[in-house]
Write a protein that binds this ligand. Sequence first.
Ligand SMILES: [Ca+2]
Ligand SMILES: [Ca+2]
Ligand SMILES: [Ca+2]
Ligand SMILES: [Ca+2]
Length: 401
Amino acid sequence: MRYAIQLLVVMAVSTMATFGQSARSFGAEFVEINLGFVLPEHNRSHAISINDRGQVIGFSYVYPNGPLVQWIWDGIHGTQPIRELESTSARVIAINNSGAIVGRHGDDGSFLLDPVHGLQFLTPLPGALPSSTDVYDINDMGQMVGVCSVGGRKTATVWDSVHSPRALIPLGLHPIWHETRAYSINNAGYVVGEAESHSEGHWVAVVWGPQGAIEQAIVQLDDPYPAYGGNLYAARAISDSGLIVGSRGEASYLWNGDEVILVTNPFGASNSYAVAVNDLRQVVGWDNSGAGFVWDDGQLRWWIDYGFNDNNEIGQVVGYRWDGGDIVDAVLMDRFGNYDHDGDLDLVDYAGLQLCFSGPCAPGCEPTISPACQTMDFDTDGDVDMSDFEQIAEQISGPRY
Ligand SMILES: [Ca+2]
Ligand SMILES: [Ca+2]
Ligand SMILES: [Ca+2]
Ligand SMILES: [Ca+2]
């Protein structure tokens, strides 16, 4: 299966936190927050999904086969185990803006864990077993998408609630279709995924409309499958305005409704895998050279020994960093100035600047700012002073959360 998840997360940071958080900066673009491990003996941690409030989910464990502990992180509480999923083989996959989490729960199939109803399991399509369901995404309406295996064929499925699955229709595809898979749903109810349009295994990226019928097959005419109009497989994510990203193996692409834009590969990579997109036209993913990338509307940045799994509407990115040895850290690439790591730059962050204010550090002085304050050092010169103040004053907006 082409679909693969890689992630890691660590703990965050706040002045009241005692977590072993560290922060590093990447130019003026991001400050890296190490989200740590949920238990001190752990040495692998993956951040999997982030919502617009800055809540992150992931898991950590002892390599190679210690039990996974699923966690949730935010800037106030740090990394906390998800109690409802303890002592299970659960894996978290996605979180929406209400804090509802979907994932996989061993032989029980797929689950929804939300603050109102607790842990529930997704009813499979008729003819499918619970263990054959895989859920991949949830939108803010609570609609979930994934696959059920019916008669041995994976079938793209939407759950409007845990008990109401419906199969997505391979309308307009070659009649001898074999499998369909749904990976992402936006708040307008549009779903993206892929469909095998021919018995010889040609895949196309497809968009299902809110009524469940395929509205669009994304194709590129110069692809080497002229009989089917070309193919671009594995549409992996859709933003609320309808931007779509996916991978055709050797490259990732962004589809804006009119054209396919190829996302430049990081240096040295021959394959790349975009996994998330937001309405800022920020695309994130990972590649086969061991780098994570962030593509911002044409501008590519990438970091060796990273992989990214998700982003949100203010451009926070989550994933992992490998240290070349035995440690994999979950990371949040946050915006400078986002003191509390939620989904905005507001007066709480402004107050953080005041708490962190050190005054200028002249050339040659020893920087003294704490890790929790590195996010306020916009120009990464080792101090929090008036030049940093000018930047937050320029970028601050009202609270969203
Ligand atoms: Ca904030
Ligand atoms: Ca300065
Ligand atoms: Ca500074
Ligand atoms: Ca806020």
